[in-house]
Design a protein around this ligand. Structure first.
Ligand code: ADP
Ligand code: ZN
Length: 217
């Protein structure tokens, strides 16, 4: 049963990896970042509450984040497994996830970490463009869409995320180091951590990740 999480610093390639994994392994892809961006786009009260935090690169409260994930994990499609992307990001969230996994009888089987040095991250994030409609990710230097500014998959116009500027990136990286990096030790101790090289060319990373995930089935 694939009950897994994808971890890594901002720009490590979690979203791109998640897109292949969800297709090849038919898993519901649960990205808290996507959920928060959808809430902001819809103008819901939740979206308005978190907008400033997310756009400046801060972390949304554990309480709000955990509530959202708990609701999502309780839906029937997660009975077949799940792929969490960008959650947990704090020890408190990891503890909450442990409880949720027990409640739905789908405990975590692997924590996949994509490691990547900071110099590469800042370059990737500031040159990234994303599709607001389907979530696909592009890069103006390394992964251009077929038609400039247009999503290959759904035809929507690509945008730059508000938090993909250097200043917000620095805040995200700081939060990552302070709050999220300690999770590596947490999952290593639990025997769940599996590390991958986020600097690999995408094709190679895909081969490695797929082989690993197949070994879990
Ligand atoms: P990235 O990993 O590229 O930084 P994400 O799309 O995963 O971006 O998240 C974007 C933003 O959404 C984060 O910077 C943060 O503000 C918020 N967010 C996402 N997941 C969480 C979480 N688990 N806890 C708190 N805030 C979160
Ligand atoms: Zn698209």
């Amino acid at each position: 049963m694939l009950n897994i999480i994808l971890m890594g610093p901002p720009g490590a390639g979690k979203g791109t990896a998640a897109t292949w994994i969800r297709e090849d392994f038919h898993l519901p892809h649960i990205s808290t970042g996507d959920m928060f961006r959808e809430a902001m786009a819809s103008g819901s009260p939740l979206g308005e509450k978190i907008r400033k935090i997310v756009e400046s690169g801060g972390l949304v409260s554990d309480e709000l984040t955990c509530e959202l994930v708990k609701e999502r994990l309780s839906r029937p499609d997660c009975q077949e497994g799940y792929l969490l992307d960008g959650f947990p990001r704090t020890i408190a969230q990891a503890e909450a996830l442990k409880k949720m996994g027990e409640e739905i009888k789908r405990p975590l089987v692997a924590a996949i970490n994509l490691a990547c040095p900071a110099e590469i991250l800042v370059e990737r994030v500031t040159t990234r463009r994303v599709c607001p409609k389907c979530g696909a990710s592009y890069n103006v230097k390394t992964l251009k869409p077929k038609a400039e500014g247009i999503c290959d998959l759904c035809g929507a116009e690509l945008i730059q995320r508000k938090d993909d500027n250097e200043e917000a990136f620095r805040t995200r990286l700081e939060n990552y180091r302070k709050s999220t990096e300690p999770l590596l030790g947490y999952y290593r101790e639990a025997g769940l951590l599996h590390e991958f090289d986020g600097t690999l060319p995408m094709g190679n990373l895909k081969v490695e990740l797929s082989a690993f995930l197949r070994s879990l089935l």
